[in-house]
Ligand binder design. Sequence first.
Ligand code: IDP
Ligand code: MG
Length: 149
Amino acid sequence: MERTLIIAKPDAVQRGLSGEILRRFEQRGLRLIGMKFMQVSRDLAERHYAEHEGKPFYNGLVDYITSGPVVVMAFEGRNAIVAARTTIGATKPHEAAAGTIRGDFGMDIGRNLVHGSDSPGNGEREVSIFFNEDELISWGRDTEKWIFE
Ligand code: IDP
Ligand code: MG
C-alpha cells in the first residue's frame, strides 16, 4: 500500500481547477484519505522541496508554491505513486501527453498546476509533513472490489 501527496498548486486554485484535479484522481480509483485548503508557509515549502535546494529554479519554486492557497490531498492505494504520476503528466506541461492534467491544462514548467510524490518513500515523508495522523482517515471503500481484483 502506497501513499502519495497531491497538491493543486496556487495556479490551479486561482484558475478554478482544484475540483477538476481532485476528480481525476478520484475517478482513476485512488482512495482519498486526507484533504485540506491551506496557504503553504515558506518553512513548509522548504521542507517539502528540500531535495531541490541549490537548483537554479529553487527560489522561484518556493515563491510559486507559497504565492496563494493550495488544495492538498493524500491518497492511498496499491501503486498509488506511479498511477498519480501518470495522471499528472510530464514536468514540462508543453511536452505532457494530452489526457494528463498538465497536458490538458498547462503550458509552462513554472505553472504546472499539480504536485505528486515521486517515490513511496517521498510519499510517506510528504504526507507526514502536510498532515497529522489524526487528519488522515483510513476507510473501507464499498467499490474497492470493482477497482482492484
Ligand atoms: P515534478 O513536479 O514533475 O516531480 P520536479 O523535477 O520534482 O518535477 O520539480 C519540482 C517542481 O519544480 C516542478 O513541478 C516545477 O514546478 C518546478 N521546476 C522544476 N524544474 C523547473 C525549471 O527548470 N524551471 C522552473 N520550475 C521548475
Ligand atoms: Mg518531484
